[in-house]
Design a protein around this ligand. Structure first.
Ligand SMILES: [Zn+2]
Length: 286
């Protein structure tokens, strides 16, 4: 390789023996020292009580409910949406396109009663469903929507969960009807839901998800848990054999219990679905 210099020829003779860092500076900062800000307090538990006038508390509750929905696999990724109605009629609702299991209160948006964001941000495309629920039910303070696996699977298979099989459901919610399929995010969906929401607090939307309404966020959320739990129990029972409905006198006794507890749901069992003979006529018409 005559006539060409190697890299060693270009370096001073003592290059390899020289330390890369001046020993006098080693371990010392080269400029102003940056230190991380103190970590925010880690939140454990849920904010279950909050005055409806306290918007930041309501926003935190929405995040708490959304996190519970994610933990229970009622939603994944950006699925689902949760809202609460403020005393002035405005709606606090989850933003569009956010990871719902990890929401922060700044991702909750205040809308007018028609679902239009006050600050121009993009709310969930399913806000129409929430608006419809509030319009149909002046008693409702919160709406919870998710895509729970078992409840939706039953609708894909075309199997109704509105049968009189589980006493707790008959007493608390009457039944769990399924609304016919409608394209998500269109007006067909809320319009198809309206008759079901008028009479009941929980509805499965065929091939899509579940919507539950309640007096407050946790009341609505609890119904979502109950719907999915019912779907899981029914699924387990169907793998074991034929699901046997409660006999008409038993249903009647549960309805008496419901009345004595003062539960006002108008969902008279299978009035909407016609699943059972005993339910063909409303037992307690309003
Ligand atoms: Zn949905």
């Amino acid at each position: 390789m005559e006539g060409r210099q190697g890299i060693d020829d270009l370096l001073p003779a003592d290059a390899c023996s020289r330390p890369a860092v001046d020993p006098a500076l080693e371990g010392k900062p080269i400029g102003p020292v940056w230190s991380a800000p103190p970590a925010p307090p880690v939140r454990h538990g849920l904010l279950t009580e909050a005055p409806r006038t306290d918007k930041s508390a309501v926003a935190q509750q929405i995040c708490d409910v959304m996190r519970l929905m994610y933990q229970h696999e009622f939603v994944v990724a950006n699925d689902g949406n949760v809202s609460a109605r403020l005393p002035n009629g405005n709606i606090m609702i989850t933003a569009s396109g956010v990871l719902k299991g990890f929401m922060t209160p700044d991702q909750v948006i205040e809308c007018d009663p028609d679902g239009k964001a006050l600050d121009g941000r993009r709310v969930t495309t399913e806000v129409k469903m929430h608006v419809a629920a509030y319009q149909e039910r002046p008693d409702v303070g919160a709406v919870v929507h998710g895509h729970p696996i078992y409840a939706v699977a039953f609708s894909l298979a075309g199997i109704s969960l509105a049968e009189c099989t589980i006493p707790e459901i008959i007493v608390t919610m009457g039944s769990i009807p399924t609304a016919p399929y409608a394209t998500p995010s269109t007006y067909d969906l809320p319009d198809g839901l309206r008759p079901f929401l008028r009479d009941g607090d929980a509805v499965i939307m065929e091939r899509h998800g579940v919507v539950c309404v309640g007096s407050d966020l946790f009341d609505a959320y609890k119904k979502m848990e109950m719907v999915e739990h019912t779907a899981k129990i029914t699924h387990a029972a169907r793998t074991l054999g034929v699901v046997r409905p409660i006999a008409p006198p038993g249903v009647q006794a549960l309805l008496d219990t419901r009345k004595s507890l003062g539960i006002r749901t108008k969902n008279n069992l299978c009035e909407g679905c016609g699943a059972r003979e005993v339910c063909a006529a409303p037992l307690y018409p309003d």
